[in-house]
Ligand binder design. Structure first.
Ligand SMILES: Cc1cc2nc3c(=O)[nH]c(=O)nc-3n(C[C@H](O)[C@H](O)[C@H](O)COP(=O)(O)O)c2cc1C
Length: 327
């Protein structure tokens, strides 16, 4: 039998490296960009600083009004949205939103979106050195705006963008990849080669919902992005493929709503995760997720999250004794 592990002693921390040096997140759970606003909406439910780092809604240089309504509808086991990257723009973000985010006292990974490499660089340059700005999640993968996938569908374009941003910051660069490609591992490798410190995946899957009687889309644009439980198996497959292809940490996103899901993603190689659509259903879920993560890992004899990482499909001796096949 494996020695019993005390759940309270299970180490959930995540270690990463950026050019500015090594850094540690207290646990692996972040909010997914766009599903957490800028934190304020969450204050009545949960101190936003309970997340190990905050990923706000995408920020672009210019203010964006977003797409026409309706902007979201429920689909079987999912949510179809076409928000269209509505955001206050860089100036207002710096003057109003960032100071509020800084009050939460945890690192901020600013999600950046742009129409050109210069746009991304301008956001990063403006935010460099600001208190608690740990780095940037570069959104190259929004399916809901015309120019959103311009970078994300072409690994060379993703690489060129990351190389340019790399020159502007020693902070974390996490490239948020799109699932709307044939080979996500190729894109993850391009991101790593260009200097990304981590990759996150997946953004939403391009999808539709139509009203055949009216001959119209059920959302304000013809296509939108699908999220929620429906996309989790796709995300799991993509995280597994990417994690085998790169050495940098992979942040898993897609339909995660509980600790079991997180451990599935970690077993296929993820180092950390983001919870998105589920936050609408259960904004306080992080509390139970963190205690269940510790309990489930301890039950199976793991003293740390990291010791589970990548165990899927591995030789039996990588699994703790209690999980090894008998006979
Ligand atoms: C309403 C909504 C708005 C979103 N806005 C953004 C955004 O601004 N930037 C971004 O990178 N991803 C955005 N996303 C994608 C999520 O961050 C996440 O990648 C995706 O929803 C999959 O995770 P989930 O199934 O847990 O929601 C948005 C998703 C939803 C549902």
């Amino acid at each position: 039998m494996n020695e019993a592990v005390d759940p309270s002693a299970v180490d959930l921390s995540v270690r990463m490296t950026a050019p500015s040096g090594p850094l540690t997140l207290t646990h692996p759970v972040l909010p997914a960009s766009g599903t957490f606003g800028y934190g304020e909406e969450f204050e009545p439910f949960l101190p936003p600083g309970t997340f190990s780092a905050i990923v706000p809604k995408s920020i672009s240089v210019e203010q964006r009004p977003g797409n026409p309504p309706p902007r979201a509808i429920e689909t079987p086991a999912g949510l179809l949205n076409s928000i269209g990257l509505q955001n206050p723009g860089l100036d207002l973000f710096v003057s109003d939103y960032l100071p509020r985010l800084q009050r939460y006292g945890v690192p901020i990974l600013v999600n950046v979106v742009g129409k050109s490499i210069e746009d991304y660089c301008q956001v990063v340059e403006t935010l460099e050195g600001r208190d608690l700005v740990l780095g940037y999640e570069l959104n190259v993968s929004c399916p809901n705006v015309k120019e959103g996938l311009r970078f994300g569908l072409d690994p060379d374009a993703t690489g060129a963008l990351i190389s340019a941003v790399r020159e502007k910051t020693g902070g974390v660069i996490m490239a948020k990849l799109t699932p709307n490609v044939t080979d996500i591992a190729e894109h993850a490798v391009a991101a790593q080669q260009a200097g990304a410190d981590a990759v996150s995946m997946i953004n939403t899957i391009r999808a539709m919902a139509v009203d055949w009687r009216k001959g119209k889309s059920r959302i304000g644009t013809e296509t939108g992005g699908l999220s929620g439980p429906a996309i989790r198996p796709v995300a799991l497959r993509m995280v597994w493929e990417a994690a085998q292809a790169v050495d940098i940490p992979v942040c898993a996103i897609g339909g995660i709503s509980n600790a079991e899901h997180i451990l599935e993603f970690v077993s296929v190689g993820a180092s950390m995760v983001q919870v998105g659509t589920h936050l609408y259903r259960e904004p306080t879920c992080l509390i139970s997720i963190l205690s269940e993560l510790r309990e489930l890992l301890a039950q199976e004899g793991y003293s740390s999250l990291e010791s589970l990482r990548g165990s899927f499909g591995s030789a039996p001796d990588r699994l703790p004794e209690s999980s090894r096949p008998v006979g």
